[in-house]
Unconditional design. Structure first.
Length: 94
């Protein structure tokens, strides 16, 4: 607002995204060797602003012994641009 020779400015905090894992579940916690396990990951933008680009989520298995060269058991997914308060769910079957 301009009043004669004074200007009043309201400076607001920036609108920033804040991605959080809100849940990570597995449907079988004690699988046998040949059983599939379904994993579900839910990400939420808990911030006040929209994310500016995609994000990346990955599922990596930490074995007692390292896998052979080139044999990795990794699942990945891209998280799309999320508005404030929006969630995105990823499902992996291994």
């Amino acid at each position: 607002m301009f009043n004669g020779s004074e200007i009043t400015l309201d400076i607001l905090p920036p609108l920033l995204p804040d991605l959080k894992v809100v849940s990570f579940t597995a449907d079988n916690l004690t699988p046998a060797a040949a059983d599939n396990v379904n994993y579900t990951l839910t990400i939420k933008n808990d911030g006040t602003g929209r994310t500016k680009s995609i994000a990346y989520a990955g599922l990596y298995f930490d074995y007692a012994a390292p896998p052979a060269c080139g044999q990795y058991d990794i699942r990945s997914a891209y998280i799309p641009v999320l508005n404030a308060g929006q969630t995105f769910t990823v499902n992996w079957s291994v």
